[in-house]
Design a protein around this ligand. Sequence first.
Ligand code: HEC
Length: 203
Amino acid sequence: MSRLSTRADGIAAVFGAAMIAAVVGSPAASQEAARNPAADYRFTADHRLEFPADYREWIFLSAGHGMTYGPSANPHGPPLFENVFVNPSAHREFLKTGRWPDRSIFVLEIRNAVTEGSINQGGQFQKGVVSVEVEIKDPRFSDPDGWGFFEFDTDRKPAQRAAKGASCYTCHSAHGAVEQTFVQFYPTLIPVAEKYGTLKKQP
Ligand code: HEC
């Protein structure tokens, strides 16, 4: 056997092993997720939501810039950025049905906008986190409608659910295009909701 073919066989063997590991690894991972579907968020014993520390590894839905609609609006300062993330299992289900499954979790991360830095000569880029807001669809929140809203302080300590009647619930249920969420502002989800007929007409 030539040196070359030995090396090629070696590479093939390594590749084969890696592929077996990948094939064996992924169903195990999804079985784990199926056994423990609430793994994307956890509550403390006194019903506070722990900060969802991994949210930056989830699916990025879109970024708003300088949108003014609520308490975090900053009309007198530089416009803020709002980045929206959803847990991957909920996103997969939405792509198949146009609806959010139970145990969907959304993060709205609000960041400062800055203009001066490095080689930038115009436009704005994102800087420090101003606040993190979270929304969850879970049957434990049957009162009023299966959704819970949470606001985290900068210390990221576990957060209490916003009280029933808080503005989060009224604005999201009145204006969100799909269930309680603002799919009308997430360009990749709009065609999915249209396809499955779940987009409300004039939110
Ligand atoms: C006056 C209306 C209004 C109020 C009040 C409001 N929101 Fe929202 N929220 C929005 C809009 C509009 C978006 C879309 C944001 C974007 O595209 O940047 C949004 C997006 C979100 C998202 C991303 C998922 C989604 O629903 O689309 C979360 C999480 C969220 N808000 C949490 C909260 C929490 C927690 C509160 C209460 C403390 C709250 N919001 C109060 C209007 C509101």
